[in-house]
Structure formats: C-alpha cells, structure tokens
Design a protein around this ligand. Structure first.
Ligand SMILES: [Zn+2]
Length: 366
C-alpha cells in the first residue's frame, strides 16, 4: 500500500455510484467492476475478482466503497486485500482495465477511469500519459486498431463482423476515424498498391530476408529456407506487390557482415549497425518499445521488467514482452537483447537457438 495515501484517499471514490445489486451480482468475478461486496455469514468484504469461494446471493451485500463496507462492520478479505487494491497504482489499474475493455464496444470515458482509480480525471490522464506517452483514449484506440487488424486477417470474417469483433460499436467509427490509416477493405487486401522490395541471402544463422517499402526497411527475418521466408513475408504483407530486388543485397550484406564477423570472432564489438531508415508500423506503445530496444547496446541485455521500468511503467512487463514478440525487423531492432528476469532466453520470433547464438556472439569476452 502506498504509505503516503491516507485512508480517506484510499476509500472514498469521488462519486458514489448507485449499485444495482442484480447487475453487481453478475460481476463478482470482474476485476474491473467498481464496487465492493461483503458476505454476511463471514463478516468479510472483497473486491470483485477475488478468488475466494463465491458467496450465496442471499448472503451478499454491495457497497460503493471500501469505506462504506468498513462502516457497516465488515473486515477486509485477506486474500484480495480490498483496501490495498484501492490504492494500487493508477496506471496499473487503468492499463488492466483498458485491456479488458479493448474488444468490448462500451465506450471507456475518463470519468469511468477516475471512478475506477478513485482519482481525478486529470490525475488519471496525466499519470497514464507519463507512463505510456499517450492518453488512455489513444492507447485504447491503438488496442482496438490492433484487434481490427487481427480480425481482418481471419479469412472467414466479413469486414463488418471484424469491425464489431474488434470492439467498435459502429462501422462508421472505423471509416470516419481511419484507425488503420486506410479503409478496412483496403487493409484486408494487404495494402494493395504498395510495393515491397526484398532480397534473400545466406548467413551464418541460415537465411535472411530483408524487405523495404519506399520509406525504409520494414522486415528482416531469419529462416531455414528462402521459400519459408518468402511465405512469411507474403503472410505479413498479404497483397502488397512483392518485388525481388538484388540491389537490396548490399543492405543485407552490410547487416549480415556484422553478424558473420561477430559469429566468427565472438566478443569483438560488432561495430555500428548500418544506419538504414526503418519503416516500423505498430501501435504507439509498440513504437515506444521498439525505440527503447534500439538503445540497448550490443553486448548488453535487459529483462522484460527492466525495459518496462525504463519505459516508466514497471507493471507493463507483459505488454512489453508482446511488443518485443511483434518486432518485424530483427537485429536492427534488437529484441534478442531482452531476456527473462533470471537471464533465461524465453522466446524469439526467429528461434531461440538464433537468439542464443546472437547473444553469445555479442557477449563481451572475459
Ligand atoms: Zn476477497
């Protein structure tokens, strides 16, 4: 519990919402629900989402605040610690709530987030912005756009189904706000009209495929065969025009020479990575993670939680790990330099064995 928070700050939400017991009863297991419940037979009160055994409906009472439950003579549950939960950091609560609500079309307002955290809308907005670099609303838009992209990639889905399944309450929202930067139909066609140039080369890690748009390198992947690499590229940019371009070999070679040199003489600094423009596409949060990855020097590693901390949100470890896993440009966005808390390799989009070799090659010699 935050020692600086006083009991009244912790327990008093800015508004005491009316509680409909029928609705509240259906939400006992919903950690985002904004009330407390008490069990008459045990004298204990909990926050929704508590893992203790469900009480009988007739023994359950609902309270708008922990303070109200205390005032009615109930003790806080030792399992879900409802007093502490009210003081959980604002950002963590908002983050979890946005993830729960991302694909639910009900709007999320700043007033709701203020009630959830018991802080003012201004404080919520400012704390979240400080941690993620974007407002809660912009973060939620990013999550929904991500869900929409995933839904549109499902071959059986109609565009309309995809829009609703991604948490938009009307197709017009998508066409007016263009969260994808293009219409969903155009997105489904895989950015038709876009030209992506690529080349494949052999290297000490197997084969590497690099691809670029007119803006910069958008893809760098390792694989066991050129055919498998090309299939991955086609899946990612499903209807862009893919053009083999041997002029790109020079770029790839610049990148690969660095790896090959490091692999053949481990511990030697790999020299600066070639300074190629990148065309990275992701949510605002993913872009922040990828930019942080680019600042980890060769020979060093960070854990997912250290990276989350560096980004100002120690609770976002899971989100940081999934942003690393979504990286499309190996090496130049060095997601291989992020490891588990005790140094274990965890996953790598291009195979854990390649991650192990890259790290071994970059490790400073003793
Ligand atoms: Zn409990």
């Amino acid at each position: 519990m935050n020692p600086r928070a006083t009991i009244s700050q912790i327990c008093t939400p800015p508004h005491s919402p009316e509680i409909d017991p029928e609705i509240a009863w259906t939400r006992l297991r919903d950690p985002g629900a904004n009330f407390f419940y008490a069990v008459a037979t045990t004298g204990v009160f909990c926050r929704p989402g508590c893992q203790s055994r469900l009480p009988l409906r007739r023994n359950t009472r609902f309270f708008p605040s922990a303070q109200a439950a205390l005032a009615a003579g109930f003790r806080p549950c030792l399992r879900c610690t409802p007093l502490e939960s009210a003081a959980r950091p604002i950002v963590e609560q908002v983050f979890n709530y946005l993830h729960q609500r991302a694909t639910n079309s009900a709007p999320v307002t700043l007033a709701q987030l203020a009630r959830l955290t018991g802080r003012s809308p201004f404080t919520v907005q400012r704390s979240f912005q400080a941690a993620f670099g974007v407002s809660p609303a912009a973060y939620l838009r990013g999550l929904r756009a991500q869900a929409l992209r995933a839904q549109l990639r499902q071959p059986g889905n109609s565009v309309t189904d995809a829009i609703y399944a991604a948490g938009y309450n009307a197709p017009s929202r998508v066409y007016e706000k263009t969260p994808l930067g293009m219409t969903p139909t155009r997105f489904r066609s895989g950015a038709r009209g876009e030209q992506i140039r690529f080349a494949v080369a052999e290297c000490s890690l197997g084969h590497a495929l690099a691809a670029r748009t007119t803006r910069g390198l958008c893809w760098l992947a390792f694989g066991d065969s050129p055919a498998a690499l090309l299939a991955d590229l086609r899946r990612e940019f499903s209807a862009a025009e893919l053009i083999p371009d041997d002029e790109m070999l020079a770029d790839i070679r610049a990148i690969l020479t660095a790896i090959d040199r490091v692999e053949s003489s481990p511990g030697q600094a790999s020299g600066p990575a070639p300074d190629l423009p990148l065309d990275l596409r992701g949510t605002a949060f993913q872009l922040r993670v990828w930019s942080a990855l680019q600042k980890i020097p060769s020979g060093q590693t960070l854990s997912y939680s250290q990276l989350a901390q560096q980004l100002g949100n120690p609770k976002a470890t899971r989100a940081v790990a999934s942003a690393c896993a979504a990286n499309r440009v190996a090496l130049l966005v060095p997601c291989h330099r992020v490891v588990g808390a005790s140094g274990q390799l965890t996953g790598y989009r291009w195979g854990t064995e390649r991650k192990r070799r890259l790290l071994a090659a970059e490790a400073p010699s003793a």
